[in-house]
Design a protein around this ligand. Structure first.
Ligand code: ATP
Length: 267
């Protein structure tokens, strides 16, 4: 079943001096339970697209629907995680995760139940009473993901969620997100400039061109679900070292080659 549709989306920004067409002719669909990424160079309109889907900004033309209902503003059917940490520094981890639930009007007992479940899902039950400053960057992003999931959104929107993390933590968080998606079955739309990250995590990838951001291509990623496999001599091999993985990243880089930033995208 299609959960999210984006139809003929067009967005321009007008300033006193000029007009920037950030997005043009964007048509997308995401099925229930699917993990889809949007990849593009800097300035291709990735953040703009996600902000429109989140309802944080209005499109100039076109339509976005979640389960057939037109998006007109923010809503609890869409959970959002940003690149930079957006936790409330004065609130404990548990209160951060439960914040949206309070707004939804859940009782204290219901909130406690949801919070403890989602802290367990992200592996941070022991840190319920900690303050964000006591956590590492990766842990903070896990709290942000738990907070978004706790409201049980239909679609989880991730805006470069690991962009601020060092390489090792980023890899660990990719593994974590993959397992979380497999466990919860949440529909996920992620934007990233990291082609390898998109191939590793996604079932399908949309590639955006730069200025205006248009869809240059769409690629279905058919790699083993557990993202590890056996090579010919029987050793377990991380999916990122498979030739099929490399072929997918090469195809995406090729779709991006007309753009000057393309060389920077290979990771
Ligand atoms: N509020 C705004 N006012 C004017 N122009 C904007 C605004 N927001 C975005 N733009 C322009 O729209 C285009 C797309 O920007 P956007 O931030 O969506 O790209 P992006 O792909 O997310 O880039 P990055 O990867 O660098 O974050 C850029 O040319 C940008 O300058």
């Amino acid at each position: 079943m299609t959960q999210l549709t984006v139809s003929q989306l067009y967005k321009q920004f007008s300033t006193r001096k000029d007009v920037t067409v950030a997005l043009k002719d964007i048509n997308m669909h995401i099925e229930t339970g699917e993990f889809v990424s949007v990849v593009g160079a800097s300035g291709s309109g990735k953040s703009t697209l996600l902000r429109l889907i989140a309802g944080l900004d209005q499109a100039t033309a076109g339509e976005i629907c979640v389960d057939g209902v037109r998006v007109t503003g923010p809503g609890s059917d869409r959970g959002m995680v940003f690149q930079s940490y957006t936790l409330y520094p004065w609130m404990t981890v548990a209160n951060n995760v439960g914040f949206g639930l309070k707004l939804q009007g859940l009782s204290a007992a219901q909130r406690r139940q949801h919070v403890s479940y989602y802290l367990e899902v992200v592996g941070l039950s022991k840190f319920a009473k900690a303050l964000p400053k006591e956590l590492s960057g990766g842990m903070k992003q896990r709290v942000a993901i738990a907070r978004a999931l706790a409201c049980q959104p239909k679609v989880l929107l991730l805006d470069e969620p690991f962009g601020a993390l060092d390489v090792q933590t980023r890899e660990a968080m990719q593994q974590f997100l993959l397992q979380l998606w497999q466990r919860t079955g949440t529909t996920i739309l992620m934007i990233t400039h990291d082609v390898g990250e998109a191939v590793f995590l996604s079932q399908r990838i949309y590639v955006l061109t730069t200025q205006p951001g248009t869809i240059q291509g769409e690629l279905r990623i058919d790699l083993p679900r557990d993202r590890v496999t056996n090579n010919s001599d029987g050793r377990r091999l991380k999916i990122k070292r498979l030739s099929a993985f490399q072929n997918y990243t090469d195809q995406i880089i090729e779709l991006l080659t007309d753009q000057p930033e393309a060389a920077l995208l290979r990771s």
